[in-house]
Design a protein around this ligand. Structure first.
Ligand code: ARG
Length: 233
């Protein structure tokens, strides 16, 4: 129902949580616009496949429910392809590798790896793969508590204030934060888990999924993908 025809060009509603640089974030020159690796990539695919995009901002853990209810047509939000999520959505081919990293306060001398988190407090983005990893550590009785927050910037604030001891978050995003805000956190393990991101569509929406996959192949073949890569990494 979200699809409408404007001059015969289909418009798809794309859900994202746009506080996740370098993948999706507000343009500092125009905060109404979102920019980022994912944004450029899906725009290139849309152009290649002849569709248009309308963005819808949601919290990360609201994206899959919004897809299932038909509120949005696809998720473009640095979303990791997982077996668990495969049960509720269909993923495109992977479009980038991005694993999980462990970070602590810049002056933390105690936690040097995942082996040192016993009895500690984790902070993660709600609904994320980082949260799943922290939940695992909690259910194994290794860590004391998990704090779930909506945005990565809030997560870092909890590390900074000492409310939490460590964060588990996507490596490129944590790295990007560190470049923008030097001296707050440091990465102590950059490969807790290796993952790939995919675009998600509603289960069975093969028409849109085929376009996404075909467009991805085309923009990879014509050099556009590498150009976008060079712009953000
Ligand atoms: N890759 C992680 C996941 O899929 C985190 C993604 C968060 N994305 C975002 N736009 N906030 O769970």
């Amino acid at each position: 129902a979200a699809e409408e025809i404007v001059d015969a060009v289909p418009v798809y509603i794309v859900g994202t949580e746009p506080y996740f640089p370098p993948f999706e974030y507000a343009d500092e020159n125009n905060s109404n616009e979102i920019i980022g690796f994912d944004v450029d990539l899906i725009n290139a695919i849309a152009e290649d496949q002849g569709f248009e995009i309308e963005w819808k901002d949601l919290e990360f853990d609201a994206l899959i429910p919004a897809l299932q209810s038909g509120q949005i047509d696809m998720i473009v939000s640095g979303m990791t392809i997982t077996e668990e999520r495969e049960e509720s959505v269909d993923f495109s081919e992977p479009y980038i590798n991005a694993g999980l990293s462990l970070a602590v306060a810049a002056d933390n001398e105690e936690i040097k790896s995942l082996d040192d988190v016993r009895g500690k407090v984790a902070v993660v983005q709600q609904g994320s793969t980082g949260a799943m990893k922290a939940d695992e550590l909690k259910s194994e009785g290794i860590i004391e508590e998990v704090i779930y927050l909506a945005h990565v910037s809030d997560i870092v604030m909890n590390i900074h204030s000492g409310r939490a001891d460590f964060m588990i978050n996507d490596l490129p995003v944590t790295k990007s934060y560190m470049v923008q805000n030097p001296g707050v956190i440091k990465i102590v393990d950059d490969d807790i888990q290796s993952d790939s991101y995919g675009f998600a569509v509603k289960n069975g929406n093969t028409e849109l999924l085929n376009m996404l996959n075909a467009g991805l192949v085309n923009v990879q073949a014509d050099g556009t993908y590498d150009e976008i890569m060079g712009k953000y990494f």
